[in-house]
Ligand binder design. Structure first.
Ligand code: ADP
Ligand code: MG
Length: 291
């Protein structure tokens, strides 16, 4: 493309709420055939709320929230913020030995007791038995599109927290526009398969890659590229940064974390997913006509 065409593209992008970071971004966006979208914070608002707390093993709701919030107070995950908000403790108990376990949850010691907060897999991997009745409760909430966080104290399941996040109002229309442009869409998430499928169905995405650990998100992009696809990745989180950098074109949501924005080629300033098809059309319009 000529420098003039690129400048026109950058200017039109700015009007649409798209910041173009480098000269290659427009050229790359013209060739994209597959758009991979992160779930939490990209297709959904990322503003999670705890809708239910179910204590187990003769504990009270307050006890479960108190230990879970103590650990989550040290975490940066959107789920953690929801748990802390729901607990609304004046003086949360102190946590020591806090460890963030990306894609799984977090752990720490509260009142001298080891606590795990996260998905069932985290508990199982740490030798905590998840009884079939609990697993069934988890599955039922997930089928409705919720994410379930389990809390374990001293290697025993203490309770479950049902967390929800709303799909962005613009998501279904954005996906429809991408399909009309002949593009293939994929939902990529660390969240479990059942929740991910419920969200994907709500917005019209058929291809779901769920339960993908943060370190594996880039490998999913790499495999799609190895299969001959030109891939755009849309994401917002720290866990999306390697995938954004690996994709032919990385689109970062401006409300996301700095690390994701640094890895992106285009930054979407408005929190409206319809900017994604706009961004891909931008290159066709400017480079396609002016070059
Ligand atoms: P996404 O790809 O949807 O942004 P993540 O990779 O950040 O999701 O996390 C995947 C899953 O791991 C979450 O859906 C949740 O079940 C669990 N998880 C991760 N961090 C936490 C945490 N701090 N507290 C509770 N659960 C967590
Ligand atoms: Mg995200």
């Amino acid at each position: 493309a000529t420098p003039t065409a690129l400048m026109v593209g950058v200017g039109r992008g700015a009007q649409l709420g798209i910041l173009v970071k480098g000269p290659d971004a427009l050229e790359a966006s013209r060739r994209v055939d597959t758009v991979v979208l992160d779930k939490t914070g990209t297709v959904t608002s990322g503003r999670m709320t705890v809708t239910e707390v179910r204590p187990l093993a003769s504990r009270t709701e307050h006890e479960v929230l108190r230990v879970a919030a103590a650990v989550e107070a040290a975490s940066e995950h959107p789920i953690a913020a929801a748990v802390v908000a729901r607990a609304a403790l004046d003086a949360p108990p102190e946590v020591t030995d806090f460890v963030a376990l990306p894609g799984l949850g977090a752990s720490g010691v509260v009142d001298g007791v080891p606590v795990l907060v996260g998905r069932a897999r985290l508990l199982v991997e740490n030798g905590v038995d998840v009884p079939p009745a609990v697993a069934a409760e988890v599955a039922a909430a997930e089928a409705l599109g919720s994410t379930v966080v389990l809390a374990a104290c001293a290697a025993e399941v203490a309770g479950l927290l049902v967390v929800r996040d709303e799909v962005k109002p613009s998501a279904a229309e954005a996906v429809r526009a991408l399909h009309e442009m002949g593009l293939r869409t994929v939902l990529l998430t660390g969240d479990n398969d059942v929740t991910a499928r419920a969200v994907a169905a709500e917005v019209g995405i058929g291809d779901v890659r769920a339960g993908v650990l943060p370190t594996e998100k880039a490998s999913v992009i790499e495999r799609l590229r190895a299969g001959g696809h030109r891939v755009a990745m849309v994401g917002d989180g720290i866990n999306d940064a390697p995938a954004l950098a690996t994709a032919d074109l990385g689109l970062g949501i401006a409300t996301g974390t700095d690390i994701a924005l640094r890895a992106a080629d285009l930054i979407l300033v408005r929190d409206d997913l319809r900017v994604v098809p706009d961004a891909l059309r931008l290159a066709h319009r400017t480079l396609g006509t002016i070059r």
